[in-house]
Design a protein around this ligand. Structure first.
Ligand SMILES: *Cc1c(COP(=O)(O)O)cnc(C)c1O
Length: 353
């Protein structure tokens, strides 16, 4: 007798976490904030530790109200999840079922194909263009009668490229209204182009747009697991049905609210990461690597067959990056010290060739 396996699960790859780093190394493999949590956030969380015998507020009302006020939207349209990856799953489950199609660019966020398959739906991956950016014309042509949702990751993980506000607007206007367009803005805070904030504006103007944001990256709360979506009412209502109850802890809700109150302090840190990101890209280009200009908190190096060489070189220098074998290496923008270390590693290599 063998235990049953749900048909289709064999096609779901297990999620791979960015490599952990040995003590003293620079962990630049998971696009985390290089900064320790803000003192005000730590204090707010500590204040709530004595209540963890209780379940959290399942509706996360205080956090959702704060977000609704910030974006001037109805709180009923705001949903929270254990990281925006959970919200991506909720959105897929809310609109797609067995045999339906969910589209995304490729390469993009690694979780998309698995989340789609877990929902029983069919992933449709549309190759990025030659500039490592979304090919929105191809993503329009790939729509079929089975398409239920389309993810546009902007800026895109792992390439750091963006589609402009105007391109995105044209695309959203061309997609039929019975298909949900999910704009995943996990890295929007690092975007210094006009696509910054485009997701929310498109949400306001079109009936079939949802936006995903997370506290994991710019806000530095990856370890607490909290993100949010702003979605059309009928989608948000269905998200609440498919959500795992009590998925967002009280500590996570508290930290998220405290972070919203500390945005000026966070902005200084975000700016530092942006400066180091641009420095990282320039360093790589100077050392002869084809690093792509990025609007996220990481830099993509489409090194192709030299991928393992670059990964090994960085590793020798104490830098842990994320390698996609045969395709490229994604290096997160860390602290000034982290990027100093990348610089030293690349220079050492030049001296030995
Ligand atoms: C990191 C990431 C997320 C979600 O991260 P959470 O920690 O689950 O909030 C979502 N989308 C993209 C593209 C990401 O890179």
């Amino acid at each position: 007798m063998t235990l049953p396996t749900r048909p289709g699960l064999e096609a779901v790859p297990a999620y791979r976490q960015g490599r952990s780093a040995p003590a003293g190394a620079s962990k630049l493999s998971s696009n985390e904030s290089p900064h320790p949590p803000l003192a005000s956030v730590v204090a707010a969380v500590q204040d709530r530790l004595g209540t963890i015998n209780r379940y959290p507020d399942m509706s996360a009302a205080a956090l959702r109200d704060a977000l609704a006020a910030r974006y001037d939207v109805d709180a009923a349209l705001v949903t929270v999840g254990a990281g925006s990856v959970e919200l991506a799953a909720q959105l897929i489950h809310a609109v797609a079922g067995e045999g339906d199609e969910v589209m995304f660019a490729w390469r993009s966020f690694e979780a998309y194909p698995s989340l789609v398959r877990i929902a029983g739906a069919v992933p449709v991956a549309v190759p990025l263009d030659a500039e490592h950016a979304h090919d929105l014309d191809a993503m329009l042509a790939a729509i079929t009668p089975r398409t239920r949702a389309i993810f546009v990751c902007n800026p895109n993980n792992p390439t750091g490229t963006v589609v402009s506000a105007a391109e995105l607007e044209r695309y959203v206007a061309a997609v039929p209204h019975d298909i949900l367009v999910v704009i995943d803005e996990a890295y929007v805070h690092f975007d210094r182009t006009d696509s910054y904030g485009a997701g929310i504006e498109l949400f306001r103007r079109h009936p079939h747009v949802a936006v995903l944001h997370t506290f994991s990256k710019a806000y530095g709360l990856a370890g607490l697991r909290v993100g949010y979506a702003i979605a059309p009412r009928e989608v948000a209502d269905n998200q609440r049905k498919v959500a795992v109850p009590f998925g967002v802890t009280d500590l996570a809700q508290t930290a998220a609210r405290a972070s919203l109150d500390a945005e000026d302090e966070l902005a200084v840190r975000i700016e530092e990461v942006v400066v180091q990101r641009d420095r990282l890209q320039a360093l790589l280009v100077d050392a002869g690597w084809p690093a792509v200009a990025s609007q996220a908190n990481f830099v993509w190096v489409p090194a192709g067959e030299r991928t393992s060489e670059l990964e090994a070189l960085l590793h020798e220098g104490g830098v842990i990056a994320r390698a996609f074998p045969g395709e490229g290496v994604r290096i997160s923008s860390g602290s000034i010290d982290d990027i100093d270390r990348v610089a030293a590693t690349l220079v050492r290599k030049e001296a030995t060739v």
